[in-house]
Write a protein that binds this ligand. Structure first.
Ligand SMILES: Cc1ncc(COP(=O)(O)O)c(C=O)c1O
Length: 399
C-alpha cells in the first residue's frame, strides 16, 4: 500500500520546504580508491591510449558478457562510430524513438543519413516494434532502440523486425548498463550496444562511452574510427619499433584517455553494488507511490530487470499540470528533471524536417506528464524519504 497524501502548505505557496538544500536528480560517487587510481595514472607513462584503455574495455566486455568492447570519448562519439560501422550514409534512413536524448538521432545525421521516428509503447515508453515496421522503407538501414530510463527495449520485437528487413540494430543502452532482458545483460543482444559513462550514469569516467559487439570486423572498424581511421595505435607502433601507419578510413579523435579508464576500472568494482542500490531505491519509490492519486509509476515488464538510470513518474488528472508539479517539487528542494523533450520537437528538427507536433501521440502525451525524480546510487535513505515526502505532499495539494 502506498503512502497517504500529506495535506500541508507547499513551499511554493510559502510553506516550509521538505529539504533545506537541493537534492540533485543524479550525481556521481567518487571514492578515495578512484582518486588514487587516477593519480597513479597521472604519474605513469601513458595518459591516453595506454594499458588502462585495453584493461577497461576487456573488463566491461567480460562484465556485460560481450565479445568485444571499444571505448570512446563520450556516448555520443560511440553512437557516431556505431552509425558509421553500420554503414549509414547519405540517402539511408535509420529508425529511432522520439523520446530520447537528441544524440541518438543526431548520430544518424552525422553520417548524412535521415533519422525517422517511430512512436513508443504506452507502458515502457520504449520504441514500439509495430511502429518500426510501419516506418521501414527501401532506404532503411538501421534501427536504434533506446533502453529508456534503464528499462530494456522490446529487443525480441525489434530484432524480429530488423531481421525481416535486413536492418542493423544499434541499441542505445546509455541508460542501461547492467539492465537485463530475459535474464541476460544488455551488451550482446543487439549488433552493437552503446553505453555512456557520463557522471549521472551507473559508472563514470567523467565523459566516456563504449560500444560492445560480437563481431570482430565491427570492433576493428570502431577502433579505427575513433583514431582518425588509422590502422594501428601509437602504443602498438612504439612496441614494434615501427613508425609507419596508414589512414584507411575517415575517422575522428574520439579516444578515451588512460586517466578516464583508470577511473572507470575502479568504478566498475562497485557497479554491482551501485545497481543494487538503485534497485532498492526504485522499489521504495514504487511502494510509496502506489495508490497516490494522480501519480503513475513506471511499468516493468516481466522479461526486464531495469538498471534504473532514471526513475520517472507521470502526473495527470485532478487538474494537475506537469509544469506546476515540477515547480512545486523544485520549491521543496527536490531536483526534479524532465526526460525528454521529444527529439522532433526541438527547433532544429522542426525546421529541418517540418515536424509540427502531434506526429507521435504516445511519446508526446508522456512528455507532457513526465517528471524524473532524484535517482543515484549515492542517495541516502533520508534523501529517499525526502523525495517520497515531497511527492506525496505535492500530490496531496491536488488530491
Ligand atoms: C539515451 C542517450 N543516448 C546518448 C547519450 C549521450 O551520451 P554522452 O553524454 O556520454 O555523450 C545520452 C546522454 O546522457 C543518453 O541519455
Amino acid at each position: 500500500m502506498g503512502s497517504t497524501v500529506i495535506k500541508e502548505a507547499l513551499a511554493i505557496h510559502g510553506g516550509s520546504p521538505v529539504r533545506k538544500t537541493l537534492l540533485p536528480y543524479g550525481r556521481q560517487s567518487i571514492s578515495e580508491e578512484d582518486i588514487r587510481a587516477v593519480v597513479d595514472t597521472l604519474r605513469s607513462d601513458w595518459l591516453t591510449t595506454g594499458p588502462k584503455v585495453g584493461e577497461f574495455e576487456e573488463a566491461v566486455a567480460a562484465w556485460a558478457g560481450a565479445k568485444h568492447a571499444v571505448s570512446f570519448s563520450s556516448g555520443t562519439a560511440a553512437l557516431h562510430a556505431a552509425a558509421f560501422a553500420a554503414g549509414l550514409a547519405p540517402g539511408d534512413e535509420a529508425i529511432t524513438t522520439p523520446l530520447t536524448f537528441a544524440a541518438t538521432a543526431n548520430c544518424v545525421l552525422y553520417q548524412g543519413a535521415t533519422p525517422v521516428f517511430a512512436d513508443v509503447c504506452e507502458d515502457t515508453l520504449n520504441i514500439d516494434p509495430n511502429e518500426i515496421a510501419k516506418k521501414v522503407t527501401s532506404r532503411t538501414k538501421a534501427v536504434l532502440p533506446v533502453d529508456y530510463a534503464g528499462h530494456p527495449a522490446d529487443l525480441d520485437g525489434v530484432v524480429e523486425v530488423a531481421e525481416r528487413h535486413g536492418l542493423t540494430v544499434i541499441e542505445d543502452a546509455c541508460h542501461a548498463l547492467g539492465a537485463e532482458y530475459k535474464g541476460r545483460k544488455v551488451g550482446s543482444l543487439a549488433r552493437m550496444t552503446v553505453f555512456s559513462f557520463h557522471p549521472v550514469k551507473h559508472l563514470t569516467t567523467g565523459e566516456g562511452g563504449l560500444v560492445t559487439t560480437e563481431r570482430a570486423d565491427l570492433a576493428d572498424t570502431l577502433r579505427k574510427f575513433r583514431n582518425h581511421g588509422i590502422d594501428t595505435e601509437a602504443r602498438q607502433r612504439q612496441a614494434n619499433g615501427q613508425w609507419h601507419y596508414d589512414m584507411v578510413l575517415l575517422g575522428f579523435n574520439y579516444r578515451l584517455t588512460d586517466i578516464a579508464c583508470a577511473l572507470g576500472l575502479e568504478q566498475l568494482k562497485r557497479l554491482e553494488a551501485n545497481l543494487a542500490r538503485r534497485r532498492e531505491i526504485a522499489a521504495r519509490y514504487m511502494a510509496a507511490f502506489d495508490g497516490v492519486p494522480g501519480v503513475r509509476v513506471p511499468a516493468v515488464r516481466k522479461e526486464a530487470n531495469p538498471a534504473w538510470h532514471l526513475f520517472t513518474i507521470r502526473v495527470s488528472g485532478r487538474g494537475m499540470d506537469r509544469g506546476e508539479v515540477f515547480r512545486a517539487l523544485r520549491a521543496e528542494n527536490i531536483g526534479v528533471n524532465v526526460h525528454y523533450v521529444p527529439v522532433h520537437r526541438h527547433r532544429y528538427y522542426r525546421d529541418r524536417f517540418g515536424y509540427g507536433g502531434g506526429e507521435f501521440p504516445v511519446a508526446e502525451r508522456a512528455y507532457d506528464q513526465l517528471i524524473s525524480l532524484p535517482m543515484f546510487h549515492g542517495m541516502t535513505d533520508s534523501d529517499v524519504d525526502d523525495v517520497i515526502r515531497a511527492v506525496t505532499k505535492v500530490a496531496g495539494h491536488w488530491a
